[in-house]
Design a protein around this ligand. Structure first.
Ligand code: SF4
Length: 383
């Protein structure tokens, strides 16, 4: 082995201390790997302040998989970057909250502690692998450099670990592939390299931010299958960020739906996808194309995500919600445990005493909208 890994560690462009010293509550139980509590991340820009993440709380157990779903601008990626402490401060401000990871509070850590944690115990896979890989170094140099930074080992051991990681993610002839440059690989292969790099130090938490968005459909399925099998083999927990409910149904145990910086629904994947309680989640499900809906006009959620500089005063979904009434523009709905008492949460007045009398009709309308021949849908059109 003649290759000598050189300094190619992913550059941490954004790396700064949070702007708060959190007053800490008690640590979570040992079986909880990640516990995010009332997290608020704001961006101060010329036009004002953007509450990108506004009071988000959730937990992820060891070895479990949690999906965060939402449209662009819902705050899901900023939540992940805040957990990794990879935001530029300013303009970002972590205004409040606690992030407990493996029994330690992340926002209280020094940057040195944080650097040791990143890559070692928590790792992130980004959307576009080409922008995350250095074009002038081989992938072996890049993976082994990360191993050298985080694990006490020799260069030879780091190089061998790079080959092992490529083998783990399904590269044939990893001894040869490790000497290739990123431009010599397809998009799917580069994403495999990113997964190999993230797994090279056997992290306890893997955060995957839209890991298949830049890939074509067949490669998407392969990468998701790979993520699932690798996670099962290594026992890592997975935080999967996506806008694709199909991916969520395939991959995760629990799911959070975010809208305009807030959690609007939370529960197991069966609860949220089969019996959604928040109208935003209902709208997302109604707008999924299915074989049964072939030939009918697809439902859409009308309107667009509100400007973060001009959020609706109470319920943020109110301008787009088909079930809205006066109270929705006057009183902010809290995130409440839904009626079935099984731990599903929803942020909607239909789940509180304010809207109890309207709830049954709203859910009946949702069921109807899922029917392929629902009134109001047009037939014909698609062959
Ligand atoms: Fe719709 Fe009102 Fe519920 Fe908001 S609170 S999601 S506007 S029904």
């Amino acid at each position: 082995m003649t290759e000598t890994p050189v300094s190619t560690a992913p550059v941490e462009i954004f790396d700064a201390a949070p702007s708060i010293t959190p007053v800490l509550g008690p640590p979570p139980p040992k079986d909880i790997l990640l516990d995010v509590r009332d997290l608020r991340t704001y961006f101060h820009v010329m036009d004002g302040t953007v509450p990108a993440v506004d009071g988000v709380s959730f937990s992820l157990g060891r070895g479990q998989t949690l999906g965060i779903v939402g449209e662009s601008g819902s705050g899901k990626s900023v939540t992940a970057l805040t957990i990794m402490r990879l935001l530029e401060i300013p303009p970002a401000e972590i205004a409040s909250g606690e992030i407990w990871f493996d029994g330690r509070e992340v926002l209280s850590m020094t940057m040195d502690e944080m650097r040791k944690l990143r890559g070692n115990d928590m790792a992130m896979i980004f959307q576009e692998p080409l922008t995350s890989l250095n074009p002038v170094f081989t992938i072996g140099e890049q993976i082994s450099e990360q191993v050298l930074v985080h694990l006490k080992c020799t260069k030879k051991e780091a190089w061998d670990r790079a080959i092992e990681s490529l083998s783990l993610v399904g590269f044939p002839s990893p001894e040869q592939r490790v000497k290739q440059y990123p431009h010599e690989m397809s998009g799917g292969m580069r994403q495999r390299v990113m997964i190999a790099m993230a797994l090279s130090c056997e992290p306890k938490l893997l955060i995957a931010d839209e890991p298949t968005t830049a890939l074509d459909v067949t490669i998407q399925a392969q990468i998701l299958e790979l993520l699932k099998s690798v996670q099962q083999r290594t026992g890592s927990a997975l935080l999967l960020i996506t806008h694709d409910l199909g991916v969520v149904a395939e991959m995760v145990d629990d799911v959070i739906v975010m809208y305009a910086g807030q959690v609007v629904e939370q529960g197991t994947v069966d609860q949220v996808l089969v019996s959604p309680r928040a109208p935003y989640t209902m709208g997302l499900l109604e707008s999924i194309p299915t074989a049964e809906k072939r030939g009918t006009r697809l439902e859409v959620i009308k309107g667009v995500v509100p400007s973060p500089f001009n959020l609706p005063p109470a319920c943020r979904f109110e301008p787009r919600c088909p079930y809205a009434w006066d109270a929705c523009s006057q009183v902010s709905p809290p995130l409440v445990v839904t009626g079935d008492g099984q731990g599903q949460l929803a942020r909607c007045h239909l789940e509180t005493s304010l809207g109890a009398s309207r709830s049954v009709a709203a859910h009946a309308a949702h069921e109807l909208a899922l029917e392929p021949d629902a009134p109001g849908q047009l037939t014909g059109g698609l062959a």
